[in-house]
Design a protein around this ligand. Structure first.
Ligand code: ADP
Length: 500
């Protein structure tokens, strides 16, 4: 009888906001097969954003099956799942049918519920227990909204008939044929119902947000067993679950204190790993669970920018300055170095550390000499300046905790193919910018974690050894010039925040 080679590939299922992807990686991080399906966005009201959970499950099933068939299901040692975070699904435990559409992380419909909790003076206590702020972004108020608006949902939830999950739980439940209702600590840490120090659901939080305990999934380690998925006629173990930004941090081998990554897609998410130490933010950053492995939680400080690559999209599609995002670098390189144009992309308000929903965008400092090139440059620079805002807030929080601020920033995401941008990021932040060989870090991180769970990697050090630097960008701008430019950025932000 022919011997089968040992299964050595890891299948990553990356369920993102705009698409669902499955990728089979080997232990060096090389992709052997992949499939992707776009996801429909639903905007049924002002500030409302929904997904169809059944469509997500169908796409997950289809992409996972196609990749398993392409590489042979027997070659797959384990599945790792990574997902858009906070997005909320409720479903019937018996029929598996979702109660209405999933409420997406971007959805703002629960702003009033958050304001009411703030008015009760609860933000400090919520932040102390969860590491989060009172904002519609997180799952808790979305769950309560569904329970209060879907007929009979609250009564049925209290009777134990309804399950809640973020997208990871929804996929695990479906992949295991309803056998496992679980999430991992990184996803739990984004619900605002989870005490990140105690590593448990918190009864006070459940009471304040109006969520019955009976709907909650069990919380497991990030790397470890989540049941068996039936794929292409074979039972495959699900060995990891992690939220997308935490998975990206693992894909960047940001696995210990002093390491920091930023992902530049539509928006930008920066995470600074703080090891086993939970560092509270005094600068309106979030404290989040980076991973939980072998029962030991690791933490990170997180900051997000709403408009990173989306600023370049706006310059392309709305101002029509160029027809390809890649052109932005040639234009920026040709811009007059003496120009003082600033673009503040506060199209939907400003994220960390400002958290100002009312600010709006502006282009400031225009002279008659400024044109397309100078505005394109200001667009790219706005992402670097906003990164410096995050890094300053992180450095302040870390200093207050007696921790050193990391000097190097590992970058990934669709924007970092732009060399001009990476150099500008080094110049305007004064940090070393490291770009890895594999910039598909989210899926890769899920694969690394599942590989750890399945024993393809023996330890965290094995993952760190698999990370490869592609190019390093060092700052070339002198400190005083950098600070003068940053002062101008802060002035521009102050003007859009005060109504200009
Ligand atoms: P997401 O996962 O959020 O959809 P991606 O990681 O795919 O985003 O990155 C896409 C973003 O990167 C787009 O917003 C696009 O404008 C931007 N982008 C792509 N190529 C470039 C480039 N060469 N220069 C600047 N921005 C770019």
């Amino acid at each position: 009888m022919a011997e089968h080679p040992p299964a050595s590939l890891i299948l990553a299922l990356d369920q993102g906001t705009t698409s669902t992807r499955a990728v089979a990686f080997d232990r060096s991080g090389k992709a052997h097969a992949q499939r992707q399906i776009a996801l429909a966005q639903h905007y049924p009201g002002d500030g409302w954003v929904e997904h169809d959970a059944r469509e997500i499950w169908r796409a997950a099933h289809e992409t996972v099956t196609a990749v398993a068939e392409a590489v042979g299901a027997r070659a797959i040692a384990a599945i790792g799942i990574t997902n858009q975070r906070e997005t909320t699904v409720l479903w019937d435990r018996v029929t598996g049918v979702p109660l209405g559409k999933a409420i997406v992380w971007q959805d703002r419909r629960t702003a009033e519920a958050c304001a009411a909790l703030k008015a009760r003076g609860l933000e400090g206590e919520v932040q102390r227990r969860t590491g989060l702020l009172l904002d519609p972004y997180f799952s808790a108020t979305k769950i309560a909204w569904l329970l209060d608006h879907v007929p009979d949902a609250r009564r049925r939830a209290e009777a134990g008939e309804i399950a809640f999950g973020t997208i990871d739980s929804w996929l695990v439940w479906n992949l295991t044929g309803g056998a496992v209702h679980a999430t991992d600590a990184t996803n739990a840490s984004r619900t605002a119902l989870y005490n990140i120090a105690a590593q448990d659901w918190d009864d006070d939080l459940l009471g304040w947000f109006g969520v019955p305990r009976a709907v909650l999934p069990q919380v497991r380690d990030t790397a470890g067993p989540f049941g068996t998925a039936q794929v292409a006629g074979t039972g495959l173990p699900i060995m990891a679950v992690a939220g997308d930004q935490q998975a990206a941090a693992v894909g960047q081998a940001c696995l210990g204190p002093g390491l920091m990554k930023a992902t530049y897609g539509t928006g930008c998410f920066a995470l600074a790993h703080t090891g086993g130490r939970l560092v509270a933010s005094r600068n309106r950053l979030l404290t989040t669970v980076a991973s939980r492995i072998g029962g030991a939680p690791a933490y990170a400080l997180e900051g997000s920018i709403f408009m990173a690559g989306a600023t370049i999209q706006w310059l392309r599609d709305k101002l029509r300055l160029f027809d390809d995002a890649a052109r932005s670098s040639d234009l920026a390189a040709a811009a007059d170095p003496g120009s003082n144009v600033m673009l503040v992309p506060a199209f939907t308000g400003l994220g960390a550390p400002y958290w100002d929903p009312d600010a709006r965008g502006a282009i400031l400092g225009l002279t008659r000499n400024d044109g397309v090139a100078e505005i394109a440059r200001a667009g790219l620079e706005s992402v670097s300046f906003q990164t410096r805002d995050l890094l300053e807030a992180m450095a302040a929080d870390l200093a207050a905790a007696g921790e050193p601020a990391p000097h190097a920033l590992r970058v990934d995401g669709g924007m970092v193919v732009n060399d001009w941008f990476c150099q500008n990021l080094a110049d305007l932040t004064g940090r070393t910018i490291d770009r890895p060989a594999v910039t598909e870090t989210t899926a890769l991180g899920a694969a690394f974690l599942a590989g750890l769970g399945a024993g393809v990697f023996a330890s965290i050090d094995d993952i760190a050894a698999a990370w490869r630097l592609e190019r390093r960008f060092e700052p070339q701008l002198a400190g005083p010039a950098r600070d003068a430019r940053y002062a101008r950025w802060r002035e521009a932000v102050a003007r859009v925040r005060n109504g200009g």
